[in-house]
Ligand binder design. Structure first.
Ligand SMILES: Nc1nc2c(c(=O)[nH]1)N[C@H]1C(S)=C(S)[C@@H](COP(=O)(O)OP(=O)(O)OC[C@H]3O[C@@H](n4cnc5c(=O)[nH]c(N)nc54)[C@H](O)[C@@H]3O)O[C@H]1N2
Ligand SMILES: Nc1nc2c(c(=O)[nH]1)N[C@H]1C(S)=C(S)[C@@H](COP(=O)(O)OP(=O)(O)OC[C@H]3O[C@@H](n4cnc5c(=O)[nH]c(N)nc54)[C@H](O)[C@@H]3O)O[C@H]1N2
Ligand code: SF4
Ligand SMILES: [Mo]
Length: 788
């Protein structure tokens, strides 16, 4: 890694970052696809990660505190912990252990590391290679035209940020990104700073994740969150899981599903892939799971085509209408429809235009299977529908979620025990970030409360979300990107376009725990600010502190790290914000940043005064298990400006998903061995893939028709906006997936996702709806890529 030491990334505008264009593949092994999740292999895999990160003692000690009432919140996903007693053996899963191993690692990225490795050389590595270097240990600065990051003191780092922020022509030339791990306290101060500085440019990872759910629900049921609690899963009739892969992305959801199932619930899974965690579960924390018997999960699996869900939902509605006609009053809940909804008649009328055969064909699911699904739902009263990125990252995701709601409204199955909507959130505190007003479009009521308490005029103009921020950076309207966590380059679409946008900035600042690609594809100047992670001890003035987070079901609870930080030079995110605020705003500020710098309790008092639902925050945060935030929809009260106290039935359309004869639809998903852009390993155990991430899953018939064989090397292309986008060198894996559909992993294929391919109304990247062409790998492809 010694050549090119004198290069940096500025001036590389026409080069797609090298990490996106490998010349070689690894040694892929394809094994049997699993039809059950967890069990003993899950435990083995988890502990081997602790060993690899050289942290078995630290890590194991920490595991006994993870998700315990006096411990710390798992940094991985947002699935809730049980309200009642928690297992003394530990409340964690394989992927929770992997996330912990990443944080608890004793490997370190030191100042010497940056001296030895130029930014340009590091930028050729992919996120997997970069992540394995370990935890960041001191603040680092890359000067203009610099080739290597250099150590910088914290004070000088804040001075640099302040100089840049104060030199901008308008506060709207800065953007403040947030990833979903940041605590409630740090999030609240961060948005407060951005607003006092003068901008609502707060793109966040929700803009790529559940913004679609928020857009669909806020305007219909009056709250942009789910309505169910964990207990609802234990006592319900039907659980539908659509566009979500719980076995990998919310593994302890499988315990809730199996408990619900043991109590009589039926499970319907709707997914183009027969994901292991939808099919069966062996609970490693129970003897039966260890002895391999386990439990079958889905009673019915519907192999929907990518984006065939709308046709599928409408087909189920037609069948429900037929059931109701044959069994008047037994299928639909007319009292609910009359009292709580609006638009029922118009909703019913639309069905004249549809016929079941067409809908079945468009969805990819047989009429018989659709009938079975409708039959399971028809005579049941309590239904929970869970969804994930399979729906939210579709161009018509907002409409699809409203279609799900239409079904629940017909059945009166929302706002009562055992029934409702469950968007399964991603990052462990992404829901809390939003509650804390990290939002590019805060409401006037929210801003009025901040204004009344703090006495400054927060900006009212809508800010940039992720996609708009990328475009604004490209157009040089935004000149500074501050990231509170996350990995902007790798997480966002259109990697080449976004890389060029980042390179145009005056300054990029990343508050991070681990090195990542956003530090290496940077602005003219760049800062890396290392911070504490969730499992680290956080001590202020000699006292160990706790923070709070909100999980997928609206429970706010405390989290207290226990591990000794890898470096004395790490400070917490809240203090980073306060120091940045003091350096930037100085005496112009009306906020006592020094006070908040020293006390999480004082921050919580401020939150209590500005955000409804946090009464007695400091007292309730200290109660074991935390507290539920108010959720009127959960109680059956649906209040919106447009519809008063009624939920509208929504009229939606079926999208035209025609493909050219050489085109395929591609969905980008996670493997079982990554957390977003943090790549733990190169396997995808449940899907039978070992030692390679550059794979494309194809239907065996498609492989044959196109003249390929499984194992062939191919290049992938996208032509949206009449631009050629190329992802070179993938290997074909034959898989049980609907014809003309393909699946690849993110972030590798983000190069193919146009920045203009977005979800209507939520403006999220539609990264599970990418039209691609597949051609035999051409070794000359790299020449073409360099000319793009
Ligand atoms: N271990 C681990 N845990 C995680 C994460 C992680 O990366 N690793 N990420 C966290 C984050 S931020 C999030 S948002 C969540 C994401 O969790 P998920 O929502 O489960 O995310 P994905 O893996 O992207 O894909 C979801 C599923 O959508 C299916 N799908 C694709 N297209 C369609 C379609 O058209 N229709 C239907 N019905 N299904 C479709 C895919 O086959 C896949 O099973 O997980 C969180 N938890
Ligand atoms: N094609 C495609 N693209 C996608 C998706 C997809 O399904 N397909 N999914 C999208 C989704 S759902 C999401 S949420 C985004 C994720 O986008 P991001 O949230 O931007 O990405 P992460 O990979 O979660 O962020 C990882 C980085 O966060 C930092 N980090 C970890 N813990 C902490 C902490 O406690 N504090 C601080 N300050 N930093 C920390 C580490 O340095 C690490 O490198 O990606 C999106 N992109
Ligand atoms: S389900 Fe999610 S939050 Fe719970 S232990 Fe596993 S990764 Fe952590
Ligand atoms: Mo997410």
């Amino acid at each position: 890694m010694k050549e090119d030491q004198n290069k940096n990334n500025i001036g590389q505008e026409n080069n797609i970052p090298d990490a996106e264009n490998p010349y070689q593949l690894l040694d892929l092994k394809v094994t049997k696809v699993k039809n059950w999740a967890a069990g003993v292999p899950g435990v083995v895999a988890a502990f081997s990660d602790l060993i690899e990160e050289k942290t078995i003692v630290r890590g194991t000690k920490a595991l006994f505190k993870m998700n315990q009432k006096d411990g710390f919140d798992c940094p991985s996903c947002a699935w809730p912990d049980p309200d009642d007693e928690r297992s003394v053996l530990g409340e964690y899963c394989e992927n929770g252990v992997k996330a912990l191993a990443e944080e608890a690692t004793t490997k370190k990225v030191t100042t010497d590391f940056f001296k030895e490795n130029s930014v340009y050389e590091l930028s050729k590595l992919d996120d997997y290679q970069i992540g394995k270097f370990g935890r960041l240990t001191s603040p680092m600065y890359l000067p203009k035209n610099g080739t290597h990051y250099e150590p910088i003191s914290w004070d000088n780092a804040f001075l640099k940020i302040a100089q840049h922020l104060n030199a901008l022509d308008s506060p709207d030339e800065a953007a403040f990104y947030t990833s979903g791990r940041t605590s409630n306290e740090a999030s609240f101060l961060y948005q407060l700073f951005a607003k006092e500085y003068g901008t609502n440019n707060m793109p966040d990872c929700s803009n790529m994740c559940h913004e679609t759910s928020g857009s669909a629900l806020r305007t219909t049921i009056g709250i942009g969150k789910g309505t169910v609690t964990l207990d609802d899963f234990y006592d319900t009739d039907v659980i539908v899981i659509i566009g979500q892969n719980p076995g990998t992305n919310a593994p302890r959801m499988l315990s809730a599903l199996s408990k619900g199932k043991k109590n009589g619930a039926k499970i319907i899974a709707i997914n183009p892939l027969p994901e292991a965690g939808l099919m069966g579960f062996r609970n490693p924390q129970e003897i039966s799971g260890v002895l391999r018997s386990g439990i079958k999960l889905a009673d019915l699996y519907l192999p929907v085509k990518i984006n065939g869900d709308m046709a599928l939902l409408k087909a189920i509605e037609i069948l429900l209408i037929e059931f109701e006609k044959k069994n008047p009053g037994k299928v639909f809940d007319y009292d609910f429809i009359k009292e709580k909804t609006t638009g029922y008649d118009a909703f019913l009328q639309q069905f004249d235009q549809y016929n079941l055969d067409d809908l079945a064909q468009l969805s990819g699911v047989s009429k018989e299977a659709l009938y079975e699904a409708a039959e399971i739902i028809a005579f049941k009263k309590r239904i929970i529908v869970c969804w994930g990125m399979g729906l939210t990252q579709q161009p018509n995701g907002v409409e699809m979620i409203r279609e799900i709601l239409n079904i629940l409204l017909l059945k009166g199955s929302i706002g009562k025990p055992g029934a409702g909507v469950c968007p399964v959130r991603g990052h462990s505190n992404v829901q809390g970030n939003r509650t804390m007003l990290i939002d590019e479009k805060p409401t006037d009521e929210q801003l009025d409360r901040l204004q009344a308490y703090f006495g400054f005029n927060p900006p009212r103009k809508r800010g940039y979300d992720v996609v708009r921020a990328i475009k604004a950076m490209h157009d040089e309207k935004v000149k500074l990107l501050f990231s509170m966590g996350g990995n902007f380059l790798s997480a966002t679409p259109d990697t080449n376009y976004t890389a060029n946008a980042l390179r145009k900035l005056n300054l990029t600042v990343s508050v991070s725990t681990k090195l990542n690609r956003t530090h290496l594809i940077h602005g003219q100047e760049s800062l890396i600010l290392p911070t504490l992670s969730r499992s680290d001890i956080d001590v202020i003035n000699g006292e160990t502190q706790f923070i709070t987070t909100e999980n997928s079901m609206g429970v706010v609870q405390s989290s207290k790290g226990i591990l000794t930080p890898v470096s004395d030079d790490l400070i917490n995110e809240m203090q980073i914000v306060c120091k940045m605020a003091v350096a930037t705003l100085g005496s112009k500020s009306v906020i006592d940043w020094e006070r908040y710098h020293n006390s999480y309790d004082d921050v919580r008092d401020a939150i209590e005064n500005c955000i409804p639902g946090f009464e007695n925050y400091n007292i309730r945060a200290r109660e074991k298990g935390g507290f539920y935030l108010p959720n009127a929809a959960r109680e059956g009260k649906f209040i919106t400006k447009a519809f008063g106290d009624r939920v509208p039935f929504t009229l939606t359309v079926i999208p035209d998903n025609k493909l050219d004869s050489d085109e395929y639809m591609m969905a980008t998903t996670r493997t079982h061995d990554q957390f977003n852009t943090t790549i733990y390993g190169l396997d995808d155990r449940y899907r039978g893939v070992k030692n390679e991430r550059r794979v494309i899953f194809m239907n065996p018939k498609d492989i044959e028709l196109a003249g390929f064989k499984a194992g062939d090397k191919v290049d992938l292309f996208n032509y949206d906006d009449t631009i050629e986008r190329i992802a070179p060198l993938f290997v074909i894996v034959s898989y049980e997936i609907p014809e003309k559909n393909t699946v690849t992993y993110f972030p590798e294929t983000n190069v193919l996702v146009s920045v203009n391919n977005v979800v209507k109304d939520s403006n999220m990247p539609a990264s599970k709806y990418v039209k691609i062409k597949i051609k035999k790998h051409d070794p000359k492809i790299y020449e073409r890529i360099n000319k793009l």
